[in-house]
Design a protein around this ligand. Structure first.
Ligand code: BGC
Length: 803
């Protein structure tokens, strides 16, 4: 199939028409596609558009974010969320939904962790696949993102993820592999960053060799918004549609490359065909109505099944009807239920904790704000809260991270709650020890204060009905069954990338290799606050009678308590025989088992192609090493309930490479340059030149030769600081600060050509007069080129119409 388009039209088709739409060529039967965020609710903007969640969008159900749903460990539930997202997208005539995000949580500090599933690729891949199946069942294409190794927000468009091939495959690509093989997404969004020196969107190893040739992906790869760089390199490597609106700025480069033979028409056709197939596949143009109330109830159920009970001393929870509760904390009144950025949904309605509690059978005797949300001191609020607590049976203390603490565009610098909020907890302890913390945060927080609480219920970012879901759990209307999808370290300092994340310079070296999350803690023997998979409930489960065969592990689970409940059975594998360096244990299966009180069930977790494999870089292939493996049935990465041994046939085991000694014990904070170079299989890159280039972020102007550029960087920084002091992150400013110069040309609808960007950078590098002169010349050349291209496009359309 090759679309009936002229070469200029084909080149133009690969650039977005505007912020949310692709170009239409009606004479060739190609309509425009509407793309919209996002991962936990539809964000369709019809007025002024932006990709940072700033301007208004149409109301849609705000479901719990991916980090939250991941805690359900329930692929059926994730698929239901996907179906609802797809149905809402269809109802708003959205053709491509930009999600889910399945990047691996390399560090608990990543500002977008609230949008991602897990630190583990097996869990993330299966949940993402379920979302995609759900979304696409509604005739809407899913665009899982950001492919790949997109782990930090600092310099997010100007960062090179330097990662060894084995780690790339086993940690950062396996989730995408599972997703592609299981759910066939029609679209994939490439990441902003480079991987080992090449932009993800221009990375033939990633987009052609792995994604298409190995995994069989046959959809379209689109850029992240403003993430395009060299369109010719992208097309050759397998990268298609550039979003949002580079105008026709990429067309001349594509036409020149076709003329010179640098780009083949076959490669261009391949990218065009992928897009045309997508246009044909989507079931667009039918605005089917959705039941918003039913979706609100679904959001509530998902929140219920995803919140994690972390502590419950003396079984203080669930609270009996009529319990006199003092409700304290600003988060009870103004819930934090989603994160800032491109995923921000204009919820159809939002219920607060206070409202949900008042509607429950608990007796709300008082409410006090307790603290300033931004953590600034306010003794009067704290005093009033202590007063409010006196005389209540139980204090429900609503804590959380505020809007500035976690957001797209900005990584976190620590994992603590505001000290003033934690101080309130200490003050309340003077009047009661019956304090139940109800926590809202999209990612890991340190909990040195844990012992001061009687219970902690962690709702993550539970969406518009999250507060209701939490109250259902507090009262026992539902039994907590969420289990953490990421490890909670005792402190940031004990986590494997501490001190090295986020990288402030161009290359982000993934020195910890495979030892991400629990893989690190379990191998290095470092204690954690809560392990992966941890969570409590109001009943107990026994595990028994493990049988391991070549096809999997079977065992019995019994609900030994007095309430109906659910447990997540997790399968971890540990290699017992010597061989290649590996993490001590790896998650290879899971299922959520729902059981009535006293009921038991036989559960089987099947082995699959991912269970025993590792990526052998010498063979450039996945291999299974012959030997004995321990099969562990567990309720967290640290709570092993049943174990068995299993012998697997395979290739002869390798002896570990002595050059990688630090990795054998996961001593990853002590990895030397030589060891990291040995892991990479190549020398480390030399330091960058002092002059700035088109791919340096605007923030790099702090060190530019031009005083004007240094001044501009200072102004930008002070505007950011001012916005943070106001308690509301300015995402536009974060975006600009981390945006490379080249993106000026990718986001301005063709007004700034690549040649003009070169001249802007020349000015920044101190050549003001020569740069400005050349910039003016480039401006006029761009004007006449775009006029000529527009005329050519009009002529092609007219010629087609005349046929
Ligand atoms: C984000 C994407 C998002 C896109 C469109 C980008 O800044 O990284 O996740 O889908 O904007 O809003």
């Amino acid at each position: 199939m090759t679309a009936n388009l002229t070469p200029v039209e084909k080149a133009a088709l690969l650039s977005g028409e505007n912020i949310w739409q692709s170009r239409a060529f009606p004479h060739a039967g190609i309509r425009s596609l509407f793309l919209a965020d996002g991962p936990h609710g539809v964000r369709k903007q019809t007025g002024s558009g932006d990709h940072l969640g700033i301007a208004a969008s149409q109301p849609a159900t705000c479901f719990p974010t991916a980090a939250t749903v991941a805690n359900s460990w329930d692929t059926r539930l994730a698929q239901e969320v996907g179906e609802a997202l797809g149905a809402e997208a269809a109802s708003q005539e959205v053709d491509v939904l930009l999600g889910p995000g399945l990047n691996i949580k390399r560090s608990p500090l990543c500002g977008r962790n609230f949008e991602y599933f897990s630190e583990d690729p097996y869990l993330a891949g299966h949940l993402a696949a379920a979302y995609v199946r759900g979304i696409q069942s509604q005739g809407v294409a899913a665009s899982p993102k950001h492919f790949a190794a997109n782990s930090q927000e600092l310099r997010r468009m100007a960062s090179d993820s330097v990662v060894d091939e084995r780690t790339l495959r086993e940690i950062y690509l396996t989730a995408f592999e599972i997703l592609v093989r299981e759910a066939s997404p029609r679209v994939i969004m490439s990441a902003y960053n480079k991987i080992n020196g090449e932009y993800a969107h221009e990375n033939a190893h990633l987009l052609t060799e792995i994604l298409r040739d190995e995994w069989g992906f046959d959809g379209a790869v689109i850029t992240d918004w403003g993430g395009g760089n060299n369109p010719v390199a992208a097309i050759k490597a397998g990268g298609g549609l550039e979003m949002p609106s580079p105008g026709l700025a990429s067309v001349p480069a594509i036409m020149d490359a076709l003329a010179s033979g640098e780009l083949s028409e076959a490669d261009l056709d391949a990218r065009v065909d992928e897009l045309v197939r997508l246009v044909e596949w989507v079931d667009g143009g039918k605005a089917r109505p959705v039941d918003v109330d039913a979706h609100h109830e679904l959001a509530r159920r998902v929140a219920q099944e995803s919140a994690v009970l972390l502590r419950n001393e003396g079984d203080i929870l669930p609270l009996a009807p009529g319990t006199r509760v003092a409700v304290i904390g600003d988060f009870a009144h103004t819930p934090r239920y989603q994160g800032a950025g491109s995923s921000l949904v204009n919820a159809t309605k939002v219920v607060s904790g206070l409202e949900a509690l008042r509607a429950s059978d608990l007796d709300v005797v008082s409410y006090a704000q307790g603290f300033e949300r931004d953590g600034s001191a306010n003794d009067a609020l704290a005093l009033a809260a202590v007063d409010a607590a006196i005389g209540a049976d139980v204090v429900l203390l609503y804590l959380g991270l505020d809007e500035v603490a976690e957001s797209e565009g900005k990584d976190r610098s620590h994992l603590a709650l505001h000290p003033a909020h934690v101080e309130l907890l200490s003050k309340l302890r003077h009047v009661t020890d019956k304090i139940v913390v109800v926590l809202s945060a999209g990612s890991v927080v340190e909990m040195p204060w844990l012992e001061q609480t009687a219970a902690v219920l962690h709702g993550y970012l539970g969406g518009q009905a999250g507060a209701q879901g939490m109250v259902d759990l507090l009262t026992g209307a539902a039994n907590p069954s969420g289990r953490l999808a990421e490890t909670y370290p005792l402190s940031l300092a004990t986590s494997p990338t501490a001190g090295a994340f986020p990288s402030p310079v161009g290359s982000a070296e993934y020195r910890e290799g495979l030892f991400v999350g629990y893989r690190y803690f379990a191998t290095a023997g470092v204690d954690v606050r809560f392990p992966l998979g941890f969570g409590l409930g109001y009943t107990t489960f026994d595990f028994d009678d493990l049988s391991v065969t070549a096809s999997g592990a079977s065992f019995s689970v019994k609900n030994t308590g007095e309430r109906e409940g659910a447990e997540v059975a997790q399968l971890y594998v540990r290699r017992l025989t010597d061989g290649v360096i590996r993490p001590a244990i790896e998650l290879k299966g899971f299922t959520k088992v729902h059981l009535a009180a006293g009921e038991s069930a036989r559960v089987t977790l099947a082995f699959d192609e991912y269970t025993f494999r590792h990526f052998d870089t010498d063979a450039d292939a996945w291999v299974v090493e012959e030997g004995d493996y321990e099969i562990i049935v567990a309720t967290s990465s640290s709570h092993h309930r049943l174990t068995g041994t299993h012998h697997v046939e395979g290739v002869a085991a390798r002896t570990p490479d002595p050059a990688l000694a630090a990795y054998a014990t996961a001593d990853v904070m002590a990895v030397s340059d030589e060891q990291f170079a040995a892991l990479l299989g190549r020398p480390l890159a030399a330091a960058q030149s002092a002059d700035l280039g088109i791919n340096d972020p605007l923030r790099a102007m702090h060190t530019a030769s031009s005083p004007l550029a240094r001044f501009a960087a200072k102004v930008l920084r002070s505007l950011i600081d001012r916005s943070e002091r106001k308690g509301k992150p300015d995402l536009n400013l974060y975006f600009l600060y981390n945006m490379p110069f080249r993106a000026i040309g990718k986001m301005t609808n063709g007004m700034v050509s690549p040649e003009m960007v070169d001249q802007i950078v020349r000015i920044v590098n101190g050549h003001f007069f020569r740069g400005t002169g050349a910039l003016v010349g480039a401006f006029f050349r761009n004007l006449s080129t775009s006029r000529r291209l527009r005329r050519e496009l009009e002529a092609a359309a007219a010629a087609a119409a005349a046929k």
